[in-house]
Design a binder for this molecule. Structure first.
Ligand SMILES: [Zn+2]
Length: 208
């Protein structure tokens, strides 16, 4: 299963998935079924497309059901049987039964329910309803303090320059001008030193 980030902008891992010290009671070895993320822009987005299962405020009914801890939350069932929970929201912008696309805003990050500050409790349950490490799907370390920053958007001319650069590298590789570095391990955009450039031009001179 591949999912996208639940935020467009940068965010920080405030508390990892798994056993941790409870932030409210201080109890050690307390289970945390999701990962806590703190963003800058606060727009919580669907990490994958699917159908909204629940979009509600969970009150404490005093019956031992701990769903109230999530406060305002949205759960989305993905097409592959996974269910993703977005909890402690300040506001919700989708309704149960609604189909959402990946990246669609589901609500605003908040601190409702059992929470000590504005953050998103992000939880991924697999098709056996098992809580799994969300960071594994996001491709980030399950580590408090890790900061994710989006890649800057590229301008169209940068895309064009990349294409030309790739073609030039392919051409050089085919003719043995770029020896010692295969096309695959040559990272486009990697700076070439003056010496490397001189060697390439010297070799190209013999080919042209
Ligand atoms: Zn949490």
């Amino acid at each position: 299963m591949t999912i996208r980030m639940p935020f467009d902008g940068p965010f920080r891992v405030a508390s990892p998935f798994g056993y941790r010290t409870d932030p409210i009671t201080g109890a050690e070895h307390s289970w945390h079924g999701g990962v806590d993320l703190v963003s800058e822009d606060r727009n919580v987005r669907a990490a994958c497309g699917g159908v909204v299962l629940r979009s509600r405020w969970a009150p404490d009914l005093g019956d031992g059901d701990r769903t109230w801890e999530w406060g305002n939350y949205v759960s989305v069932a993905g097409d592959d049987g996974f269910v993703i929970y977005y909890c402690h929201l300040a506001t919700r912008t989708v309704e149960a039964g609604q189909r959402v696309g990946a990246g669609q805003v589901l609500g605003i990050e908040g601190t409702t329910g059992r929470s000590t500050g504005i953050h998103l409790h992000f939880e991924v349950r697999d098709y056996n309803a098992q809580q799994t490490d969300p960071c594994a799907y996001l491709g980030i370390p399950n580590e408090a303090g890790f900061v994710w920053t989006p890649e800057p958007e590229r301008e169209p001319w940068e895309e064009q320059a990349q294409d030309w650069s790739r073609e030039a590298v392919d051409w050089c590789v085919r003719r043995g001008i770029l020896q010692g570095r295969g096309g695959d391990d040559y990272a486009l955009g990697e700076p070439v030193t003056r010496e490397e450039l001189c060697v390439m031009l010297w070799r190209a001179r013999e080919v042209l």
